[in-house]
Design a protein around this ligand. Structure first.
Ligand SMILES: [Zn+2]
Length: 392
C-alpha cells in the first residue's frame, strides 16, 4: 500500500512541477539540438553510483497477487528496458562493482527472481531467453528437494543454467531466519542458521555444479546478527527493501525493487529503474529490529553528499501510515530524522524517502526496513514444564 501512496504522491508532484513523466523519459533517448536536453542526455550517460536490482517471484499466477506479476506487465517491463537502452547485467557483476565501489555505466539493471517457482521456468525464462538476458534465481533448496509441484525441478534448472541463468542461495528452509526457536540461545540459533545456509549452498553445488556467493534473505528479513553471519560466510546479501543498489551501500543487505502486480505499472517501473542512490554517510540505527521500547523507531540519517539533490523536496513515508515530517537537524541540511507518528505493527514495515535530483524525472530513493517480531504468548493453562523467563 505504501508504494501506491508514495507513487501517487510522486506522480502528483511531477505533474505539478514537470512535464508528464512518460514524455520526459521518452525524450531522454532522442537526440536533440535543444541545449538543456543535450545536457540532460550527457548527464544520464555519465558514470553512475548505482545499478537497479529488480526482484520478481511468480509470473502470471493470479492466486498470489502480492508476489505475482501479470505477464503483460512483465513483457512491458522487458520491452521498456530494451527500448530505453538499459543493459542487463548478471547480478554477480553488479555485486562485484558495489564491493569494489566502482562506478557503473548509465542504465544498468539486474534481474532477480526469488524462490524458484515453476512459473519462472514456464513464463519468465522463455521471455528472458529470447532477449538473451542474464538473471539470477534465489533458490530455497528444501522445496525443490521435496519436489513440491509449485517449484521447478533440478533438471529444469540445469537446462536454464546451460543457457546462462544463475542460481543462488535463499537458504534451504526458507524460514524466518531472524526468529529464534523456543528455548534456543544465541549460539544454537547461529549454528542452526549457518547450517541452513550451508545446506542450501551444498545442494546447489551438488545439483548444478556451482553456486556463487550471493544470498537473498527469505522474506527480506534480516537483523544485524544475521547480516553479520551471512557476511562472515562470505556472501553479498540482498533484501526486499526498495531502492537502487549504490556503490556506497552496505553489502550485508543491498536493496532490490520488489515487482508485484499492484505496483509494477509501467510508470512506477520507469521511476524505479531511473532512481538514484542516496549517498548516506551514516544511518542510525542500521538494525531493523524494533521492540516495544523504541516503537515507533526514530531514524537518523547523515548525508555524505548533497550534490544535485533538491533537499527542500525530501519526502518520507511510513508504510501503512502515509507521509511523515522530516526533521532537519542542522542548518546545512546534512542530517535529518524521521519517525512514524504511530507505533509500527507486528511484522515488516518501511520508512521510504525520496528526493528529486536536478535531473528532471530522476529521484533519489532510500528505504529502511523495520521488523517488529510477534510477542510471544505465554503458555495458557497448567504446564508440567516450568519455563525460565528467557524461554518465554
Ligand atoms: Zn523467498
Amino acid at each position: 500500500m505504501h508504494h501506491i501512496i508514495l507513487i501517487t504522491k510522486i506522480m502528483a508532484l511531477l505533474s505539478m512541477c514537470l512535464a508528464p513523466l512518460s514524455n520526459l523519459l521518452a525524450e531522454e533517448t532522442i537526440t536533440t539540438h535543444n541545449q538543456t536536453k543535450a545536457t540532460q542526455i550527457k548527464k544520464n550517460q555519465a558514470s553512475q553510483n548505482q545499478a537497479v536490482i529488480l526482484m520478481y517471484h511468480h509470473f502470471g499466477v493470479d492466486r498470489h497477487p502480492s508476489t505475482n506479476i501479470r505477464l503483460e506487465q512483465f513483457e512491458a517491463h522487458l520491452d521498456h528496458l530494451s527500448q530505453a537502452g538499459y543493459q542487463i547485467w548478471p547480478l554477480a557483476k553488479v555485486a562485484d562493482y558495489i564491493r569494489k565501489k566502482q562506478p557503473f555505466p548509465a542504465r544498468i539493471v539486474a534481474i532477480t527472481i526469488d524462490d524458484a517457482y515453476l512459473s519462472v521456468y514456464t513464463e519468465a525464462y522463455p521471455r528472458l531467453l529470447k532477449k538473451s538476458w542474464p538473471f539470477t534465481v534465489f533458490v530455497a533448496t528444501d522445496g525443490v528437494d521435496r519436489r513440491y509441484p509449485s517449484y521447478m525441478t533440478w533438471q529444469q534448472m540445469r537446462e536454464m543454467q546451460n543457457n546462462g541463468v544463475t542460481f543462488a542461495n535463499h537458504s534451504a528452509s526458507h524460514d524466518y531466519l531472524i526468529r529464534k526457536k523456543p528455548g534456543e540461545n544465541d549460539q544454537q540459533w547461529e549454528g542452526r542458521i549457518t547450517s541452513d545456509i550451508q545446506r542450501a549452498q551444498k545442494r546447489l553445488k551438488i545439483k548444478l555444479g556451482r553456486a556463487p556467493k550471493l544470498f537473498a534473505y527469505p522474506y527480506g528479513e534480516y537483523n544485524t546478527a544475521l547480516a553479520n553471519i551471512v557476511n562472515k560466510m562470505g556472501y553479498i546479501a540482498f533484501g526486499q527493501h526498495s531502492g537502487p543498489a549504490g556503490i556506497n551501500d552496505d553489502t550485508r543487505a543491498l536493496p532490490r525493487f520488489p515487482m508485484a502486480e499492484k505496483f509494477a505499472g509501467l510508470n512506477d517501473f520507469k521511476l524505479k529503474i531511473n532512481s538514484l542512490a542516496l549517498f548516506i554517510e551514516k544511518q542510525t540505527p542500521w538494525e531493523p529490529s524494533v521492540d516495544h521500547n523504541n516503537n515507533p523507531p526514530k531514524l537518523l540519517i547523515k548525508l555524505a553528499s548533497q550534490k544535485d539533490i533538491k533537499l527542500d523536496q525530501l519526502t518520507c513515508f511510513v508504510s501503512g501510515q502515509g507521509r511523515v515530517a522530516v526533521k532537519w537537524l542542522n542548518g546545512q541540511k546534512t542530517q535529518f530524522s524521521v519517525q512514524a507518528t504511530a507505533p509500527l505493527p507486528t511484522g515488516r514495515s518501511r520508512y521510504n524517502c525520496t528526493v528529486p535530483s536536478s535531473e528532471n524525472g530522476r529521484f533519489y530513493w532510500y528505504s529502511h526496513l523495520w521488523i517488529l517480531l510477534p510477542t510471544k504468548t505465554p503458555p495458557t493453562g497448567p504446564s508440567p514444564i516450568k519455563k525460565s523467563p528467557a524461554q518465554i
